[in-house]
Design a protein. Sequence first.
Length: 92
Amino acid sequence: MRIYTDEIINAICLHMSERRGVNPTDVEVQLSWEEEYGYTAEVWVKGRSQYIIEANILEAIEQYMFTQYNRRVFRSNITLDADEDFWADISD
């Protein structure tokens, strides 16, 4: 299965809203990839900015897959990739 940028962002929004006790609509996300840091996301929660690393993104996708698709996946089954768009390949 493959999910694309929009679903990855939704996963992060849901994850961060749960952790911060805010509505998912109060969360904004900008994904990025840099050779030095790998996959990261800048997350704004009610105007405050923070960066999350790949492990946090994978955790958000894990939880998203369980809550939205009723599929239990582990980080080792998720591979992030990017070209002009971001996506996550999820293997069984």
